[in-house]
Design a protein around this ligand. Structure first.
Ligand code: ADP
Length: 754
């Protein structure tokens, strides 16, 4: 057994790394599969290739002929060159199957292997002539080297052409990575061809590692920036080294010059000088070098501070969109951007969706609104993820493969380069869409990180602006509703005035002729000659009662007109309500008998007399009792009860009397308790009312309760009704309450108006 050489150890140590790369490339799912699979193949072949080198070094595998064993790693190299070319095509997403190339590779390698294996039948010298001799070994090595050059050259050419063909910064960045990979791998393989095997494998290893990084990372950071940073780091480190050396030399000479001084003292002074001057100097130098190499870059902390200051007080959505896109545009050198508000709603074709409403920001055009279906990959991303999403990710990453065509179409009309979701309390409320940078540079990770922080700052302001906007909308709706109400109110007032005018005019015009008709019909009725003829007597009595009924209605209209026009004059005198009720009762006795109804007045004689207008109050109770008779079926009962009321601190300020007219009639629905006191109000259909003053449900003009209320309130009293329901079968009954104060106040106090 031969001992292991250092070269063998180095080769064996690389093998696990290649296996790991193959393993990761096969397992990862975040990036396109083709480059990953080819990379895994490359890594596995590399392991075999390293193994072949160990075999060669140790002269193992005795069954293989020695010279073939020497060429084995070279065949591996050819195979690696073919796979590298394959990787380049997969990485650059070159279309077509590339069968021509693969056939060439197979034929080339096959022919060489065939020649190699015909060792027994052919001589080692393939050709002699002209003083030249071609050995088989040389021919084979030459063939392998030529094949290697062919495929490696093709890989380089494909890369350079792809770089020239594209202007897209992100694609160019990807290709830059490829250039670096090719540089390292090819340099390593050239070293190998030049027989520096170990060096060769060590140089190509970083290339393969970078290839793994590039093939497995969805969003590659800027290679140029990484280079710039490394360069700036190298220069700064060099400077630091120089500084330290200078300080050391100085301190040594100082130490020598001041013989006898304590070395501690010199050391401490040196440390103090370094601490005071070195750190600020170095950081300043770092800044200069950065600026020199990378140009002016933004300061995220300053931008964030300025941004949150500028937008914190904005409550107007349009202004917010303008300021936000303006500030971000200036910070990142972008000339177009929109802010979208997001609302969750029902989708037009069923299901739910997010509606994105654009608010005009930086740029000329108005943003096109969009709809994202709830289950679409885009909505899913914006709903649950915070980091900004570049358009290139939507185009390339497998997770966005299922994006519906119209959502892609919407994005392409926007022509933006990055989308930044805005969340407030885990709810997706907005989206910032930003156009490309003016420099043509893509959005790098630090830009995206800055945008993500800016989106967080925007959330509160956007939420506030949205709230204010909905408040303003609500306020406008409210104002419109008030204006409509106002208009309706004015119309109602006009209608009411017309009604009042009509009542006033009609009652005044009808009053005089009706008085005449009434008087003459009375005279005719009293004529003995006419009375002796039963036919005439009947006709005259009909005319007279009709004229009287008409007279009563016109009287009611006159009363109503007086109440409406506030012309009602009260002739105040002491009134005993008990007497008043019994005198009304006498008049209604005939009707009660006709309807077979019982009447009862409970204890009204003990009530104190009140100050009021007897005739007006007579009308009040006349209407109430007539109504009670009308809305109570035959055989029912009407009761009038009363009580004297004395002031209580909370409810009543003056002494008075409360009278209650109760019946066992059809009752009144509680929802009607207020409206029945308005003029011309009647429940039920007019056509169904039976006519007649005291007939069951007999029709009236709908003025009785309105007049009663007007008169009671003119006495500073109150009238209201209590009844559980309206039911013509069960007849729950109604109670009309009338409260009247004992005394009327001075005239100066305004009387209430109905
Ligand atoms: P009308 O001339 O129709 O009687 P009113 O103003 O006196 O007009 O009454 C208004 C409406 O109130 C009536 O049409 C009736 O529906 C209802 N109403 C009044 N009094 C009673 C009552 N005692 N029982 C049931 N309904 C009543």
């Amino acid at each position: 057994m031969q001992p292991l050489y250092l070269a063998d150890l180095i080769n064996l140590a690389q093998a696990p790394l290649y296996l790991l790369i193959a393993f990761l490339a096969l397992l990862s799912v975040k990036t396109a599969p083709r480059p990953r699979h080819v990379l895994a193949l490359y890594a596995l072949v590399s392991v075999a290739w390293l193994g072949a080198q160990v075999v060669w070094n140790r002269g193992a595998l005795p069954f293989l002929l020695n010279d073939f064993k020497f060429r084995l790693p070279l065949y591996g190299l050819l195979l690696l060159a073919i796979i590298l070319f394959w990787f380049v095509r997969a990485y650059l997403l070159v279309g077509g199957s590339g069968w021509g190339w693969w056939s060439l590779g197979v034929v080339w390698t096959g022919a060489l292997l065939l020649l190699d294996s015909s060792r027994a039948s052919t001589s080692d010298i393939l050709w002699t002539g002209g003083g030249w001799m071609v050995l088989r070994d040389d021919f084979l090595r030459g063939g392998i080297a030529l094949g290697w050059c062919l495929f490696t050259g093709a890989a380089v050419m494909t890369t350079l052409l792809a770089f020239r063909r594209t202007r897209q910064p992100l694609v160019r960045n990807r290709i830059r990575y490829l250039v670096l990979i090719l540089l390292l791998v090819i340099a390593g393989q050239v070293a190998f061809l030049a027989t520096y095997w170990t060096l060769g494998s060590l140089v190509s290893l970083p290339g393969v590692l970078i290839a793994a990084y590039a093939a497995l990372t969805p969003r590659l950071p800027s290679l140029r920036r990484a280079m710039q940073r490394s360069l700036s780091y190298l220069i700064t480190t060099g400077l630091a080294l120089l500084f330290y050396l200078a300080a050391l030399t100085l301190s040594l000479s100082a130490f020598r010059a001041t013989q006898g001084t304590s070395p501690w003292l010199v050391g401490i002074s040196l440390a103090a000088v370094l601490a005071v001057f070195f750190t600020p100097l170095l950081s300043q130098a770092q800044k200069w070098i950065d600026r020199l190499i990378a140009g002016v870059s933004h300061d995220p902390a300053r931008i964030l501070r300025q941004y949150s200051q500028d937008i914190s007080n904005i409550l107007d959505l349009d202004l917010l969109a303008k300021v936000v896109t303006e500030l971000i545009g200036n910070a990142l050198d972008i000339s177009r951007g929109h802010l979208f508000t997001v609302s969750y709603e029902k989708a037009p074709e069923g299901g739910n969706c997010y509606r994105l409403q654009g608010v005009k920001g930086k740029g000329e055009e108005d943003p096109v609104p969009g709809i994202l279906l709830e289950e679409s990959p885009l909505a899913n991303y914006f709903r649950y993820q915070r980091p900004p999403l570049p358009q290139s990710d939507i185009d390339n990453l497998p997770r966005f493969g299922g994006t519906p065509a119209d959502e892609r179409q919407w994005l392409s009309t926007l022509q933006m380069e990055v989308y930044v979701p805005i969340h407030s309390k885990d709810e997706w409320i907005g989206l910032l869409a930003l156009g490309p940078k003016n420099s043509g540079e893509p959005f790098w990770d630090d830009d995206l990180f800055l945008l993500s922080s800016l989106a967080d700052q925007t959330a509160v302001a956007l939420e506030n602006a949205r709230l204010v906007e909905s408040l303003v909308r609500l306020n406008n709706d409210f104002r419109r509703a008030i204006a409509a109400l106002d208009q309706a109110n004015r119309n109602l007032e006009r209608l009411d005035r017309t009604k009042t005018d009509f009542i006033s005019v009609a009652s005044h015009e009808l009053h005089s002729p009706l008085t005449l008709v009434n008087a003459y019909s009375q005279m005719l009725l009293e004529d003995p000659e006419l009375a002796s003829n039963p036919e005439y007597a009947k006709m005259l009595s009909g005319i007279h009662s009709g004229a009287q009924r008409l007279h009563e209605i016109v009287e009611s209209m006159l009363d109503m007109a007086k109440i409406d026009t506030r012309e009602l004059q009260l002739d105040l005198q002491p009134v005993s309500l008990g007497d008043l009720i019994s005198s009304i009762n006498e008049k209604l006795d005939a009707a009660l008998k006709e309807r077979n109804q019982k009447f009862e007045a409970l204890d009204l004689t003990s009530l104190p007399a009140i100050q009021g207008d007897r005739e007006a109050l007579r009308k009040v109770f006349h209407h109430l009792l007539t109504n009670a008779i009308k809305y109570t079926p035959d055989g029912g009962k009407i009761t009038v009860s009363g009580q004297a009321l004395y002031p209580t601190r909370e409810l009543l300020t003056e002494s008075g009397v409360e009278l209650v007219v109760s019946d066992t009639g059809i009752g009144i629905d509680p929802s009607m308790h207020e409206v029945i006191f308005t003029k011309f109000y009647q429940t039920g259909e007019l056509a169904l009312h039976s006519s007649g003053k005291t007939k069951f449900k007999g029709a009236g003009p709908g003025l009785g309760l309105a007049i009663s209320k007007g008169i009671v309130e003119a006495h500073f009293g109150r009238i209201w009704v209590e009844s559980p329901e309206h039911d013509e079968v069960r007849c729950p009954g109604s109670q009309f309450h009338v409260y009247l104060p004992l005394h009327q106040p001075e005239k100066t106090r305004p009387r209430p108006v109905i």
